[in-house]
Structures are given as structure tokens and as C-alpha cells.
Design a protein around this ligand. Structure first.
Ligand code: HEC
Ligand code: HEC
Length: 316
């Protein structure tokens, strides 16, 4: 017993000492592909990156004096947003041509869906690569062609400054993508499920940092606001009392569409009242089509209702 314990202790020390670089990841070399740019792909990529997969929510500058921190127009893809966490400081990368011009399509595909950068180093999973790696390859191709059309913005983002143990952990996480065929949009429930992956991340509470499957979409996940303030995500299961069970489809679509106008992107948060802000990217999701929002509603209504009354605001 003692021997094994000592052995693993030495092993861990060794890993920490020689650094995370040499730990092999399970992901292969980037594919040798050349994605053809078509107007359909660029349009689809624009739609996904801005309104569904919300890449731009993280990879742009934000107007944080306004409700829901809308993206600063003209900063799309320039990166630099800081994620300050218990793991250290992580900055969203510049994903405009300034940074990605010398990346191959295969390298971009691997980064977006499998979590390795150009050099083969693991990305911090704040970039949700497992989510994008479980979608339709054609949709990812569309996003890549769209990124290449972004105006190049010269912005050199600092490298992440994370703790050694976090870097070791992160190195072990990337895994091969498992692409699927996207369902036909006439099948609204499956279509809604396909589109909604990004919502589950915030609307499912976690146990030990992992989503709790028994509380799928039941809300209550805590997001920090400023200072001591926190906000909890809503229950999106069809529970009548505590979820969205008594919201109509029109009503659900309407909540989003209320943020689709120019004015709704400049709602000032009164000073000293941070508790009236939200991390929910209302102004970005608002650009989804009514069909797509309706499909998400249809899908959410097939989930088992879970009674979970969420108190929206609180303190740590
Ligand atoms: C929740 C925030 C978030 C979202 C959403 C997000 N990313 Fe990221 N992304 C990041 C962060 C943070 C990094 C840097 C990770 C690191 O430094 O380890 C990153 C890294 C990357 C990289 C690697 C760039 C480099 O220079 O190494 C690419 C490419 C990328 N993201 C593209 C995308 C695309 C395309 C989407 C949408 C399909 C997307 N990201 C969505 C946060 C996000
Ligand atoms: C970054 C985390 C985050 C993501 C991603 C996210 N939400 Fe939310 N959502 C929240 C939080 C926090 C709230 C509560 C605050 C608020 O109402 O703005 C909320 C509120 C809501 C509400 C309001 C319910 C009510 O009672 O008015 C709906 C509806 C909703 N989200 C649906 C969605 C859908 C659909 C998606 C995916 C397209 C999504 N959310 C993605 C964090 C998130």
C-alpha cells in the first residue's frame, strides 16, 4: 500500500515538474482539409457564431454598462475578455484573421471542436469545445468560413496565466470530436434539442463542477455578478409552478425578441444596482429566428418537469 502511494506521489511530482507539455492528449494531428467558402456557409456561420453558439459573446469586447453586456459593435472576434477564476487568468483569444490567418482549416476545426491550439497545446475548456465537437461538421465548417471573413483586428491577447495543476488537468481533457448529422428543421423537437446545447451549460446546476443529470435544465446555477452579488439561472423545465410550464410558445419567443431592437442593446444599468444585470446573452440570442426559438421551446417542453423554485438574486 505504502509503496503504491509513494509511487504515485513521485509520479505526480514528476508530472508537475516536467510540466504539462509532454502529457499526450487523445487528439490526433489536425486534418488536412480545405473548406470551400460559399455565401451559404458564411451566412450560416455568422448566424451560429453570433446568435446560437454565441462565439462572439466571449470573443469580443462587451458594453458592460448596459443590461446583459451586449457586444461592442466592431469588436467581433478581437478577443481579450478576461475570465478570472480559481484556476487563474484566462483570456478569450483573438479569432479574427489577425490571429488565425496562418492557421489551416484543420487547425481551426481541431481548436473549435477538440480543444487544441495551433501548437497542439490544450485550450482551457471555458472554450466549450466538447459542445461544438458534438454538432454537425458542416455547421462548424460554416463558422470557420465566417471567421475568415471578419475584419482583421490587431489585438494581441495575453497568454493564459493558470496554475500548474490546472494546466495538467486541462491537458488531459481534449478528446476526439463526435460529429452528428443535424436533424431536419421540420422535426422541431430534435431541431430544438440540437440548437439548445449552449443553454444547458448555464441552466443545469452542478455537483462538484459537473452538470447534475437529475437536475437537467432545472436552473439554479450560480453566476457571479459584481462584488458579493450573484444571480441564479432560471428553471427551464416545463414545471407549471417553478419552470416554464405555463409560458406559451409566443410568450417564450417574445421574451427573446424584446432584445432584438437597437434600443434594447443600450439599456443602462443604474449605478450601484448591479443586481439588475444578467449573464444571459439576451441581445445575442434575440437574433435567432422565431422558428429556431420556437423549436427550443418545443424541445424544452418534452423534458421531465422538475420542481425547483429559483431565487434569482442573492449574495455569495
Ligand atoms: C464561454 C466562452 C467562449 C465561447 C462561447 C467560445 N469560446 Fe473560443 N475560447 C474561449 C477562451 C477563454 C479561449 C482561450 C482558451 C485558452 O487560452 O486556453 C478560447 C479559444 C478559442 C480558439 C483558440 C485560439 C488560439 O489562438 O489558441 C479558437 C479558434 C476559438 N476559441 C474559437 C471559438 C469559436 C469559433 C466559438 C464558437 C463556435 C467559440 N470560440 C466560442 C472562450 C469561448
Ligand atoms: C451564460 C449563462 C446562460 C446561458 C448560456 C443561457 N442562459 Fe438563460 N438565463 C441565465 C440566467 C442567469 C438567467 C436568469 C436571469 C435572467 O432572467 O436574465 C436566465 C434566464 C433565462 C430565461 C428567463 C426565464 C424567465 O422566467 O423569464 C429564459 C427563458 C432562458 N434563460 C432561456 C435560455 C435559452 C433558451 C438559452 C440558450 C439559447 C439560454 N437561456 C442560455 C443564464 C444563461
Amino acid at each position: 500500500m505504502r509503496k503504491i502511494g509513494f509511487g504515485s506521489f513521485v509520479f505526480i511530482l514528476l508530472i508537475l515538474a516536467i510540466g504539462p507539455k509532454i502529457i499526450p492528449t487523445k487528439v490526433d494531428a489536425p486534418l488536412n482539409i480545405n473548406i470551400e467558402t460559399t455565401t451559404e456557409r458564411v451566412a450560416r456561420g455568422d448566424y451560429l457564431a453570433n446568435h446560437v453558439w454565441v462565439c462572439m459573446e466571449c470573443h469580443s469586447q462587451k458594453n458592460d454598462q448596459f443590461y446583459s453586456d451586449p457586444v461592442k459593435p466592431g469588436t467581433e472576434g478581437m478577443g481579450g475578455l478576461l475570465f478570472d477564476s480559481e484556476f487563474g487568468k484566462i483570456y478569450a483569444s483573438n479569432i479574427t484573421p489577425h490571429k488565425i490567418d496562418n492557421w489551416t482549416d484543420g487547425e481551426l476545426l481541431r481548436a473549435i471542436t477538440e480543444g487544441l491550439n495551433k501548437n497542439g497545446d490544450a485550450l482551457f475548456p471555458f472554450h466549450p469545445y466538447t459542445l461544438y465537437g458534438s454538432k454537425d461538421l458542416e455547421d462548424v465548417y460554416s463558422v470557420i468560413t465566417y471567421l475568415r471573413t471578419l475584419p482583421s483586428i490587431k489585438n494581441d491577447v495575453p497568454k493564459r496565466d493558470t496554475k500548474l495543476w490546472a494546466n495538467v488537468m486541462v491537458r488531459l481533457m481534449p478528446k476526439p470530436a463526435t460529429f452528428i448529422q443535424k436533424p431536419d428543421s421540420s422535426n422541431t423537437i430534435e431541431h430544438g434539442k440540437y440548437l439548445s446545447g449552449v443553454c444547458a451549460r448555464c441552466h443545469t446546476p452542478q455537483t462538484n463542477g459537473k452538470p447534475n443529470p437529475e437536475m437537467f435544465y432545472a436552473g439554479g446555477l450560480v453566476h457571479p455578478l459584481s462584488g458579493d452579488e450573484i444571480i441564479r439561472s432560471s428553471n427551464l423545465t416545463p414545471d407549471l409552478e417553478t419552470g416554464i410550464g405555463n409560458k406559451s410558445r409566443e410568450n417564450f419567443i417574445g421574451i427573446f425578441k424584446a432584445f432584438d431592437s437597437k434600443d434594447s442593446k443600450t439599456i443602462l444599468i443604474p449605478k450601484g444596482a448591479r443586481e439588475s444585470d444578467t449573464p444571459m446573452a439576451w441581445t445575442q440570442f434575440a437574433g435567432m429566428t422565431e422558428n429556431d426559438l420556437g423549436a427550443i421551446y418545443d424541445y424544452l417542453h418534452t423534458l421531465p418537469p422538475i420542481t425547483n423554485r429559483v431565487e434569482k438574486y442573492g449574495v455569495k
